[in-house]
Design a protein around this ligand. Structure first.
Ligand SMILES: Nc1ncnc2c1ncn2[C@@H]1O[C@H](COP(=O)(O)OP(=O)(O)OP(=O)(O)O)[C@@H](O)[C@H]1O
Ligand SMILES: [Mg+2]
Length: 466
């Protein structure tokens, strides 16, 4: 029986598909077409290799489901005649020729034990721990001479970068490498690339879209300069929305940044700050009110105070948590946030890839300016490698944290974050997501874009019979 897969590879993907090297490594920008094409490689392998054992590994179990398994579901109806059974919750597919295709997350290490792999895809490999590849997955390919494709956007110069260097020149190794900046995907329009330049700093754009391996220089906010500092600025309630970012301390200084957001110009101006040790909560609150008054603002002009979950800790002096204390006067949001996307977002406001600055600090905010200039990355002790987690030196981190809490909570940066795999599809998202229903006639599972209570209730094979 002939199965025709509705997939036509783009030029760069054709080159990769034609290559039969045992190990392939694709370094690519966002949306370059890595996941889609490598799923096709895996599918072709399973359809043409009886008793194949193919694994799709993503950094996390949920990414394996949202990207890898979702890609499988898109083709489920078409390849159904070749499938023996599907275990939806375990994400396991068994083909009639005996081939097996499993989807797994590298965060569930116990599920990765196994031997006899004939094919492996590691999606976003630079975000998978090195040991998972070297000590767990690579050995599992040995006994049956299995093939592997490692695909990823760069994540600094980590093990994926070493592997890329090791694989060059390709002709002398069992590896071939492919370099796909985002623009190789013709579905990625120049307008979209332009939006990304606007929303990312130059360094992040080069990493995420141009697929360059970059080592972050010592300074986290190295683009922060005099051009971000202004000496004249008047807060205008009719034009600006007011927010405060807070990092609580007691023995350590408490830090607060006062932000005026101009939605029209899309700029943020920090017009004042607090940076002081050993302030109890009543004193801290009084200081906030005093600063607001200096700018002819009242407590109720503050839209939200953003802080971190640690602010929940009991404050000995006042008996209640700092957050609860401030909640008596203001709306306080204290969600947990990941560091890397916050740093990336703030960098893009300091200076984006188009050279535009959208975050300004008044020169009265001396602690903020000092903190930005001294905020450096942590070097790992064993190598010169830099960790994305910035240095907690107790000197520069408090104000930088306060500013970051404001940005990460107030602006949606989910689209281009560096440490989260982006799974926004280009296809029509107004349609329902694909779900699995059970055919009322043959009881086999089938993929459907309608909800569980809506037709069709039978798979394509059964409804064609009638
Ligand atoms: N050959 C193709 N034909 C049609 N659309 C394609 C093709 N290749 C990729 N695309 C579309 O381009 C988009 C990006 O593809 P894909 O998800 O494979 O990229 P990626 O490099 O894995 O991106 P990310 O960095 O976000 O993981 C998807 O919407 C996909 O449907
Ligand atoms: Mg992908």
């Amino acid at each position: 029986m002939k199965i025709v897969i509705p997939y036509s590879p783009l030029e760069h993907q054709v080159t990769m598909h034609k290559d039969s090297t045992r190990f392939k490594l694709i370094v690519g920008g966002r949306r370059a077409g890595k996941s889609v094409s490598c799923f096709q490689e895996m599918l072709r392998h399973c359809l043409s290799t009886p008793t194949a054992m193919a694994w799709w590994i993503a950094p996390t179990y949920s990414e394996a489901r949202e990207i890898g398994y979702e890609e499988f579901l898109k083709y489920f109806e078409v390849i159904r005649p070749a499938i023996r059974q599907v275990h939806h919750s375990l994400m396991r597919v068994e083909f009639k020729n005996g081939a097996k295709m499993y989807f797994k997350g590298a965060d569930r290490k116990d599920s990765l034990r196994g031997r006899g792999l004939t094919f492996l895809v590691i999606d976003e490999a630079a975000f998978v721990p090195e040991d998972v590849w070297r000590k767990v997955l690579r050995p599992a390919l040995s006994d049956r001479g299995g093939r592997a494709i490692l695909i990823s956007t760069p994540n600094g110069k980590n093990w994926f970068h070493d592997q890329y260097l090791m694989a060059n020149p390709p002709s002398k190794t069992a590896w071939n490498t492919f370099f796909w900046p985002s623009y190789v995907n013709k579905f990625m329009t120049p307008e979209e690339i332009q939006v990304a330049r606007e929303e990312l700093s130059d360094a992040d754009f080069r990493q995420e879209f141009m697929a360059e391996f970059l080592t972050k220089a010592g300074q986290v906010y190295d683009d922060f300069s005099e051009e971000n500092v202004l000496s004249e600025f008047i807060v205008d309630k009719t034009k600006h929305e007011i927010f405060i970012g807070v990092d609580f301390g007691y023995a350590n200084p408490s830090a607060a940044c006062f932000m005026a957001v101009d939605r029209e110009a899309n700029t943020v101006t920090q017009f004042d700050e607090i940076y002081k040790e050993r302030m109890d909560m009543p004193a801290f609150q009084a200081k906030i009110t005093e600063i607001l008054t200096n700018h002819e603002l009242r407590n109720r002009d503050v839209k939200v105070i953003y802080t971190d979950p640690a602010g929940n800790a009991e404050e000995i002096t006042s008996g209640i948590s700092p957050v609860d204390f401030l909640r008596k006067t203001w709306t306080v949001i204290n969600r947990g946030t990941r560091i890397a996307p916050g740093l990336s977002l703030l960098r893009s406001f300091i200076k984006n890839a188009n050279g535009r600055r959208k975050y300004f600090v008044h020169d009265r905010c001396r602690e903020t300016i000092r903190s930005f200039n001294g905020y450096t990355y942590k070097f790992k002790t064993t190598s010169e490698e830099i960790d994305e987690e910035a240095l907690k030196d107790g000197i520069h981190d408090h104000m930088c944290d306060a500013v970051r809490y404001f940005f990460v909570n107030e602006f949606d940066h989910a689209k281009y974050v560096a440490d989260k795999v982006n799974s926004t599809p280009y296809y029509d998202t107004t349609k329902h997501a694909i779900i699995i229903k059970r055919c009322t006639k043959c009881r086999n599972p089938f993929a459907s874009r309608t909800s569980k209570n809506e037709p069709p209730f039978q798979c394509k094979g059964c409804s064609d019979d009638e």
